[in-house]
Design a protein around this ligand. Structure first.
Ligand SMILES: Nc1ncnc2c1ncn2[C@@H]1O[C@H](COP(=O)(O)OP(=O)(O)OP(=O)(O)O)[C@@H](O)[C@H]1O
Ligand SMILES: N[C@@H](CCO)C(=O)O
Length: 304
């Protein structure tokens, strides 16, 4: 067992759903949180946070990073009483860019390296899914690229990570207000009509096929969804107008990012024009927003 070893990891923010792939599709973005971890056999827990959420994230036993570290240590059957955790957060909280997944994956990955890399990425994925409750953000945070995740009938997650043949730019409009995933899941129905399920099955398959084949001409309808976005629209003023502004300015498609309120557009070019138009459309609905121009991260969580 390695004691008092300091490890530093970097974990990407992620966008989930990508329109039709509710709880299944995800993409790792080149926006990263960094975590430095030193475990101590005895002593206190000390947490320092810089960047996004620094004022709001608890620095005690309630911290999600620390809880994830403890989860893994418990699985490994090792005990550490104390730790020094230093975080630099760039992923905004509760905006739909996978901040909770990044925190969970950072804690699990750092703890795993700190105890000598005992668990495989698949095992980390299983633990992260168990903590987060769904696999679509933790999968790209761990494996990088675009990911397709399922929960097997026995509850175990599986993930296929791939890299689209289209050079996608991700334009993420970030509104000033936050929306917790919990609140955004509460508005979803328990049962959906069969025609809506069919609508999404076809589009999710078309989206993955078109991205893998590099066929942009099939993307026009491939980002559409009717399983979650119509129900969540009321939580994000002007959502469909922002999508329309993206389309009118050349985007290949647009969708909610995760559970929102960030809205994401996909394009090969003119990202700034599209981002500016999306921010202006939000403004028409009295929502102050900014945009980030991102690309797909290829590596996922890694040691620094
Ligand atoms: N860097 C962090 N360190 C510790 N806890 C964090 C960190 N980032 C997020 N969290 C926890 O996760 C919560 C946000 O999770 P939530 O699922 O609501 O949003 P999200 O993951 O950003 O959005 P989405 O899942 O839609 O992409 C925060 O309130 C906080 O408790
Ligand atoms: N698939 C999740 C992503 C957010 O964590 C949702 O839409 O609720």
């Amino acid at each position: 067992m390695v004691e008092d070893k300091t490890v530093k990891v970097k974990v990407p923010g992620t966008t989930a759903n990508c329109g039709p792939g509710f709880d299944s599709l995800g993409i790792a973005c080149n926006l990263y949180n960094e975590l430095e971890l030193t475990l101590h056999k005895k002593g206190k827990l000390v947490i320092e946070i810089m960047g996004e959420g620094a004022q709001n994230i608890p620095c005690d036993g309630r911290n999600v990073v620390w809880k994830s570290i403890q989860y893994l240590l418990h699985r490994a059957n090792v005990e550490y009483q104390g730790a020094y955790i230093k975080m630099l957060n760039r992923v905004p909280l509760s905006r739909g860019l996978g901040s909770s997944a990044a925190a969970i994956v950072a804690g699990l990955t750092a703890a795993n390296y700190a105890i000598g890399n005992r668990f495989t990425s698949q095992e980390i994925f299983v633990m992260a899914t168990d903590i987060e409750g769904h696999p679509d953000n933790v999968a790209p945070a761990i494996f990088g690229g675009m990911t397709l995740s399922i929960l097997r009938k026995d509850g175990e997650p599986e993930c296929l990570s791939f890299f689209p043949k289209i050079d996608l730019q991700l334009i993420v409009t970030v509104p000033e207000f936050s929306l917790s995933t919990k609140a955004a899941r509460k508005v979803l129905p328990v049962v959906v009509p069969l025609k809506d399920a069919v609508f999404n099955v076809g589009r999710a398959a078309l989206l993955v096929g078109a991205l893998c084949e590099g066929k942009t001409e099939f993307l026009k309808h491939a980002f559409e969804d009717c399983l979650h976005q119509p129900y969540r629209e009321k939580l994000i003023p002007g959502m469909y107008d922002v999508f329309a502004a993206a389309g009118e300015n050349g985007a290949l498609g647009a969708a909610m990012s995760g559970a929102g309120p960030c809205l994401i557009a996909f394009t090969e070019k003119n990202g700034d024009t599209i981002g500016t138009a999306m921010v202006a459309a939000f403004k028409e609905h009295n929502v102050k927003a900014k945009y980030l121009l991102l690309t797909i991260d290829k590596k996922g969580a890694c040691l620094l």
